[in-house]
Ligand binder design. Structure first.
Ligand code: MG
Length: 375
């Protein structure tokens, strides 16, 4: 790792772990966090969870696992350029979607609706819940006992109501303070990853077309340049070359603008970072371009009737499951029944949120399909 900037998270300014542990040998605290995340059950399940396209729709589409790996790659590049803690940025990125429900945002919305009378469901908070309590792997503590800064980065958003329950981790949402630069980097790397891979997946699926993308400047400019430089190149390679240039534009602009922000705000310490406005940012013109791309994806891809049909189906699956487990918790697997004594709705939500797409579909069939014999 290159030498860390004074405002990066390092060993000295870390707030450490909830349960004190001996320092790791041969690796940093944040490498240890990353390693624990990769070995978790929730991480392996990401392979079978929807990003936009449901897992069984095609082998080439992103899943939450490949999405998280792309986020980590982008976050590490940016962190290294800015002399930030690359291991921390990587750990946050790999963990950021651990609490995601099956079926992407449709699943999250469905579970949130079911959970409305019981405190709601937020996927960021659920990711934190996974690493703080739900993973059962270590002898000395529940969860993964990650460092404060990793947990802080995982909790990207949080309602005021929930922030009040979270002690020092919720503080920044109540006092309008910022997380570490590594957390800010990982947050924007998430956006860069999905905006770009959703163009790729959207084109591959045929739900969006290159003609439509001609109205989106960030895509159109690079696309024209690639076409001009390589007139004979087959379309799939033109698309890939275009996306690679888009990612490069966003990443290099983000690095340059963030460096300027750090300098102009005289940032010297982690404390300065926390009290300053968000420092990791695009330049105004690139920000506008990426906003246009986002809008395009929202209207043309995420609200495409075929995506909405799948969303409607998955919302029904999750609310059916929620209803049946709430009505009779004896149908829950034994390890979730223990938790029912404390908070039935939360136990059901934990069980459902942990499901992969295909597990949820199978579980729904097991409970609701009359023709299916084995339970
Ligand atoms: Mg994400």
């Amino acid at each position: 790792m290159t030498e860390l900037a004074t405002y990066a998270v390092g060993g000295d300014n870390s707030r450490g772990r909830k349960v004190a542990e001996d320092a790791p040998k041969g690796r940093s605290e944040f490498q240890r966090d990353r390693d624990r995340i990769i070995h978790s059950n929730a991480f392996r399940r990401l392979e079978y969870k929807t990003q936009v396209f449901v897992n069984h729709e095609g082998d080439l589409f992103r899943t939450r696992l490949t999405h998280s790996i792309e986020v980590a790659q982008i976050a590490r590049s940016i962190a290294r350029s800015l002399h930030l803690n690359e291991d921390l940025a990587e750990a946050i990125s790999l963990a950021h979607d651990l609490g995601h429900t099956p079926f992407g945002h449709a699943g999250q919305d469905a579970l949130n609706t079911c959970m409305k009378p019981y405190g709601g469901f937020e996927h960021n908070l659920q990711s934190l819940r996974v690493v703080d309590t739900l993973e059962e792997r270590y002898a000395d503590f529940d969860g993964l006992n990650l460092c404060f800064e990793t947990r802080e980065g995982i909790l990207k958003h949080c309602s005021v109501e929930n922030a009040k329950q979270l002690a020092e981790l919720g503080e920044r949402f109540l006092k309008d303070r910022r997380p570490s630069l590594e957390a800010q980097v990982s947050n924007l790397a998430d956006e860069i990853a999905y905006n770009n891979h959703d163009v790729d997946d959207g084109l591959r699926s045929g739900l969006i077309t290159l003609e439509q993308l001609a109205d989106v400047p960030l895509v159109a400019t690079h696309f024209r340049e690639v076409r001009r430089a390589y007139p004979e190149l087959p379309e799939r390679r033109v698309v890939h070359e275009t996306i690679r240039r888009m990612i490069n534009t966003l990443v290099t602009d983000l690095i340059r603008q963030s460096e300027n922000n750090i300098t102009s705000q005289n940032i010297a310490t982690l404390e300065d970072v926390r009290s300053a406005p968000a420092l990791i940012a695009y330049s105004p013109s690139v920000n506008e371009q990426q906003r246009e791309l986002k809008n395009f994806l929202r209207t043309r891809l995420y609200r495409h009737f075929r995506v909405l049909r799948m969303s409607a189906k998955s919302q029904r699956i999750l609310s059916d499951l929620f209803g049946v487990f709430m009505a009779d918790n004896r149908l829950l697997p034994p390890q979730y029944q223990r938790q029912v004594e404390f908070d039935r709705a939360r136990a059901v939500a934990d069980y459902i949120a942990g499901m992969t797409d295909r597990y949820a579909i199978r579980e729904h069939r097991r409970i609701f399909a009359v023709e299916e014999a084995p339970v």
